[in-house]
Design a protein around this ligand. Structure first.
Ligand code: ATP
Ligand code: MG
Length: 430
């Protein structure tokens, strides 16, 4: 879009519309256009890899669910107008899933019979629908949105805590890989109380919640590369460290504890919730009749937790955290392409030949390149590239090319360098 869209209130929504990442098709419902779709897939893939590393197993549950399932847990009536309720041609009551605790519990009941089937964490990455009162801020608070939701099943509370700690670490790693800082914050605790619920919050001035945290969350290496998922003591130590370092949203903020944090270490701002992890015990297993036989022959209802990541919300949240006046600045790990290739003069045969060759060589080397071969002025193309926000721009102009030189620009720092074609290629394929 040439003009800044007037119906968008926040910068990420504006930029996503202007750069052609999404288009709204109905209130809070978006089509993912090619550029936005690539980002969504990159984010999804990072989430998937970190879930897999943490030992969670991927599956796929449907979007449509039967109302009867939700009657078993009592949530069909409790959920309220956020749930989109549908009737099929036989008048059977259905719903578009806002989440999947009931369904996974029911499926698990079919498959797991004894303690030998535990512990197990299953996840899927699937569209959800919540008929939000006020869908706004584009994909950040949509009605249809993509979520990763994982569910853990354990024999006892100690096991459930360990499953929770694993997800905590997986989340720290997931967001770090995406190039953003998401601070875990104690969330209002669930039905069984305790300290086992955290929201992960990305700092951004347009965030919906007010947040408070200790500067340690900016300094310490929380994702600890050397920590492994079979190191129970290490995982517990990480959890204890997170728990004893102050962080809270406005809902859980505690003035007395905040006052104990040194003034120069207090960080306050606004934030966007990109993930939420939760231990809720036997709430669903007990109400839905999920039981397994324990090692001593007793019958137990597994202890459960659920772990959500807002995959589509993250696209907006990352832009909120990383942009400038000219457009988006993608962290390399989630960028739709690594390099934008631009010819300043699309009517210069030598430039086009050089660009075609560079495109072929980069692509052959596995580098993702967006080649702007539109019949547009060079300045227009550069403006588009800044807006789309790929990490690198490789710019080819007739004058430089005559001396064998091209320009390499870093979108993040704005730094430009004139290089030979060979050294530019080397830099981008390194
Ligand atoms: P919120 O308080 O923002 O409504 P929630 O507590 O309802 O979130 P969960 O049920 O924990 O959210 O869902 C897991 C994740 O899904 C959230 O952390 C968030 O990133 C994402 N999410 C929730 N609602 C939406 C929405 N309407 N649009 C986009 N993403 C959402
Ligand atoms: Mg909500």
């Amino acid at each position: 879009m040439k003009e800044s869209p007037s119906d968008a209130q926040i910068v990420s929504h504006k930029l996503m519309l202007r750069a052609g990442l999404v288009r709204q098709t109905a209130a809070g419902i978006y089509a993912w256009l090619p550029i936005g779709f690539r980002v969504l897939k990159k984010i999804e893939q990072i989430v998937r890899e970190e879930q897999d590393r943490a030992g969670a197993i991927e599956m796929l549950m449907p979007t449509l669910q039967s109302a009867d399932l939700w009657r078993q847990s009592g949530r069909y009536d409790a959920y309220g107008p956020e749930m989109l309720r549908i009737k099929d041609r036989h008048d059977r009551e259905m719903l578009y899933g806002p989440t999947n605790e009931e369904m996974i519990t029911d499926l698990f009941k079919e498959g797991a019979k004894s303690y030998r089937d535990l512990p197990r964490t299953l996840y899927h990455i699937q569209w959800k629908f919540r008929d939000e009162v006020r869908p706004r801020f584009g994909v950040m608070r949509g009605r249809e949105f993509l979520m990763k939701d994982a569910y853990s099943f354990d024999l006892d509370e100690a096991g459930a805590r360990l499953s929770y700690y694993k997800q905590l670490l997986a989340y720290l790693r997931t967001f770090q890989r995406m190039g953003i800082r998401a601070v875990p914050m104690k969330a209002a605790s669930g039905p069984i109380g305790g300290d086992l619920s955290h929201e992960f919050i990305v700092l951004a001035p347009t965030g919906e919640s007010e947040v408070f945290y200790d500067a340690a969350f900016e300094e310490f290496d929380w994702a600890q590369a050397s920590l492994t998922y079979d190191d129970a003591a290490g995982l517990e130590a990480l959890f204890n460290q997170v728990s004893s370092t102050y962080s809270a949203t406005d809902e859980t903020h505690d003035e007395a504890r905040w006052a104990e944090v040194a003034l120069d270490r207090q960080r306050q701002g606004r934030g966007i919730e990109v993930g939420h992890i939760f231990y809720f015990g036997t709430k669903y297993s007990a109400s839905m009749g999920l039981k397994v036989s324990g090692p001593d022959g007793s019958i137990v209802a597994p202890e459960m937790g659920s772990y959500g990541v807002g995959v589509s919300r993250l696209v907006g949240a990352i832009i909120e955290a990383s942009h400038d006046d000219n457009g988006i600045i993608w962290p390399e790990a989630v960028a739709p392409w690594k390099v934008g290739l631009v010819t300043m003069r699309g009517d210069d045969a030598a430039s086009v030949a050089a660009a075609d060759d560079i495109y072929g060589r980069l692509t052959a080397a596995g580098v993702e390149v967006l080649y702007d071969d539109r019949d547009e002025r060079g300045g227009v193309k550069l403006g588009s590239m800044d807006l789309i926000g790929l990490p690198w721009q490789l710019i080819i102009g007739p004058r430089g090319l005559a001396q064998g030189l091209v320009e390499l620009k870093s979108r993040g720092s704005g730094e430009k360098q004139e290089l030979s074609i060979e050294s530019a290629l080397e830099r981008l394929t390194a």
